[in-house]
Design a protein around this ligand. Structure first.
Ligand code: APR
Length: 241
């Protein structure tokens, strides 16, 4: 049941949120992600077939994180989180740490995080900054060749699904920022929110997407402009409730 006083807000973000910080989106015009086909670097099969390539790819992504900064959209979302009077949950498909760097707390990384690795043998998840090779031992169990990026690859189950589903049951405002809406289950959240009675569904993107028709409002433009503007509007409205 929806909140009687202050609306519950759920945000779903994708690569478009971090694009203006300089983090590459996944589906550029060439269909490649930093020069690689997604299936060559972002599937469990790729990790079995060519672990060196996959580790190298994510090592480079981890290093690249050090060269980027949060943009105005990340800052605005934390401002919203801190001031929003109702329920608040930000679900991101992004694996960067740009939201945390500006203080995001109620944030779920449903596709994992670049700065974490997981041991496929003992299942320990570790914070990780340095390069990983196929010879790097797991600090917990000592086995080599078992550490992998803690990233949800194609064909794997996203994290926090139960928690996200619960939030979608009582969401009053669903805000989707910078995602192409082609990867499920995230692409289906807007429809689930609507099925649960959410009447305000807002999409922020540079352009219409394959799921645009499910939203009740669209804001077309760069996230760094549209998100701060929308946050101002939402906070102003929340003061009037
Ligand atoms: N402002 C707003 N939207 C933007 C911006 C921007 N500055 N730049 C790009 N976009 C939009 C694009 O128009 C596109 O719709 O962001 C979207 C990015 O789409 P994708 O590259 O497909 O990224 P995303 O939707 O996050 O991908 C989902 O796919 O590869 C997997 O696991 C990976 O989490 C990822 C998932």
């Amino acid at each position: 049941m929806a909140s009687l006083t202050h609306p519950n807000l759920v945000i779903l973000s994708g690569a478009g949120l971090s694009a203006e910080s300089g983090v590459a989106t996944f589906r550029g015009t060439d269909g490649l992600w930093e020069g690689h086909r997604i299936e060559d670097v972002a599937t469990p099969e790729a990790f079995v077939r060519t672990p060196e390539l996959v580790q190298h790819f994510y090592n480079l992504r981890r290093v690249a994180l050090k060269t980027v900064e949060p943009n105005a959209a990340h800052h605005a979302l934390v401002r919203l989180e801190n001031a929003w009077p109702g329920g608040f949950l930000h679900v991101t498909q992004n694996v960067d740490d740009l939201n945390e760097r500006v203080g995001a707390k109620r944030l779920l990384h449903m596709h994992g995080q670049l700065k974490k690795v997981r041991c496929v043998w003992c299942r320990t998840v570790l914070d990780w900054e340095s390069p990983v090779t196929v010879d790097t031992p797991c600090p917990e169990c000592g086995r080599t060749g078992k550490l992998r990026p803690d990233i949800v690859w194609f064909g794997e189950m996203p994290y926090y699904i139960d928690e996200i589903m619960r939030a979608l049951e009582t969401v009053d405002i669903f805000l989707c920022i910078g995602t192409s809406g082609v990867v499920y289950p995230a692409a289906g959240f807007v429809r689930l929110a609507a099925e649960h009675g959410c009447q305000r569904l807002i999409e922020v993107n540079l352009k219409p997407t394959g799921i645009t028709s499910h939203f009740t409002e669209e804001r077309h433009g760069p996230a760094s402009i549209e998100v701060p503007r929308l946050v101002d509007e939402l906070l102003a409205e929340s003061m009037r409730i």
